[in-house]
Design a protein around this ligand. Structure first.
Ligand SMILES: C[S@@+](CC[C@H](N)C(=O)[O-])C[C@H]1O[C@@H](n2cnc3c(N)ncnc32)[C@H](O)[C@@H]1O
Length: 355
């Protein structure tokens, strides 16, 4: 769907936070992956023009800068693939990249760049074929307007590729609003499963969470065993969900580190979509642990005694929190007697705890 309005457009509050996350993650991803593989590919199915109307850099520029800043020029081959279905974006992206990098930061063979007009659905996979990207790690940034028109087959192909990760932008409101107009293409977003349509019968507060849960399930079904999803909440304006899928827990850990380091001065917080009280985390230095405490209580309610180490893994893989937040979040529950430590000793990683 080409841009509905002028190109470029203003950079929304949540876009700044999203870019900060991309940058921090890619500054980790390029060096780690290029230390282990001879080549990698960064691909975008919805690349945009590379710039915003206030002059802010778009994701393609952020990605190339992350590579150039973090990896020495003689280290491996990095391919960049940028697809967008708006001719104006493709033209502007070409000009923007020339302006941002007047001197090519790598030779053509060390850093091939392909950009073209096309849809993510029809053209991203083909572009990755033409670039010889498969068989080596790919990071696919699928940053649509939130409607995620990404064929399930493409997600499956990406998930089956070596050390490949995706990050998908999702606006659940889009699916809530248009559920009755969406045919099979709507189901394909969710891996062909029409269960997402149950959203019509849910109370307003539960709708977004349902869409997100269905999308998580689709990414899992596509073959991404480790997922991280979170909601970016601007002080004004629409919240945005990012869903990240990877084949390795280290990917989740690095993405989470990037998330927690995001510059909160931009007025954007984030939220764990599973927290029933939907508490937004704006402060960084003193993270609000209420949502994690509730999620841990829920987890303990569903099980017998659990090792704190397992709760740390739960926090890493099933919440927006980091493992090191777990003991702090459990402490008030231990202090008020609602959580017991099996041997009555000190609360530590090896303790068994129960309600
Ligand atoms: C949110 S913007 C991308 C912003 C960019 N990733 C950034 O962060 O700077 C979405 C872009 O997707 C493009 N687009 C929309 N539908 C598309 C589709 N089906 N296939 C490819 N591009 C599409 C639009 O033209 C627009 O440039």
């Amino acid at each position: 769907m080409p841009v509905d309005g002028p190109v470029p457009w203003p950079c929304a509050e949540h876009t700044g936070a999203k870019h900060d996350i991309y940058r921090r993650y890619l500054e980790r991803w390029f060096p780690i992956l290029l230390a282990g593989y001879p080549s990698v590919t960064y691909a975008e199915g919805f690349a945009g023009p590379g710039i915003y109307s206030g002059g802010e850099a778009g994701s393609p520029v952020i990605a190339i800068r992350a590579l150039v800043q973090e990896v020495s020029a003689n280290k491996g081959i990095t391919r960049f693939v940028f697809i967008d279905d708006d001719e104006r974006c493709v033209k502007m992206l070409r000009e923007t990249l020339q302006e941002a990098f007047p001197v090519r930061p790598r030779s053509e063979s060390a850093m091939p760049v392909m950009m073209g007009k096309g849809t993510c659905a029809d053209d991203l996979g083909v572009a990755l074929d033409q670039m010889g990207a498969w068989g080596q790690p790919i990071f696919a940034n699928l940053d649509s307007w939130g409607n995620a028109p990404v064929p399930f087959k493409l997600l499956q192909r990406l998930a089956g590729n070596v050390s490949t990760e995706v990050i998908v932008t999702l606006l659940p409101q889009h699916f809530v609003r248009f559920v009755s107009n969406m045919g099979e293409a709507g189901d394909d977003v969710f891996g062909g499963d029409p269960h997402w349509r149950d959203v019509v019968n849910l109370p307003p507060a539960a709708k977004s969470r349902h869409i997100l849960t269905c999308y998580r399930q689709a990414l899992e079904k596509a073959g991404f065993p480790y997922l991280l999803d979170f909601e970016l909440i601007p002080r004004n304006g629409q919240p945005l969900y990012l869903v990240f899928g990877t084949g390795h827990p280290l990917g989740v850990q690095k993405m989470k580190d990037s998330l927690w380091e995001v510059d909160r001065a931009q007025g954007v917080g984030f939220r764990d979509p599973r927290d029933e009280q939907a508490e937004t985390l704006f402060a960084m230095d003193e993270p609000l642990l209420g949502p994690l405490t509730r999620l841990l209580q829920q987890r303990l309610r569903d099980s017998g005694p659990v090792r704190v180490e397992d709760l740390r893994r739960f926090a890493l893989l099933e919440t927006v929190y980091r493992p090191e937040h777990v003991i702090k979040a459990l402490k008030p529950l231990v202090d008020n007697g609602s959580v017991k430590i099996a041997d009555g000793g000190r609360l530590q990683r090896s303790s068994f705890v129960s309600l």
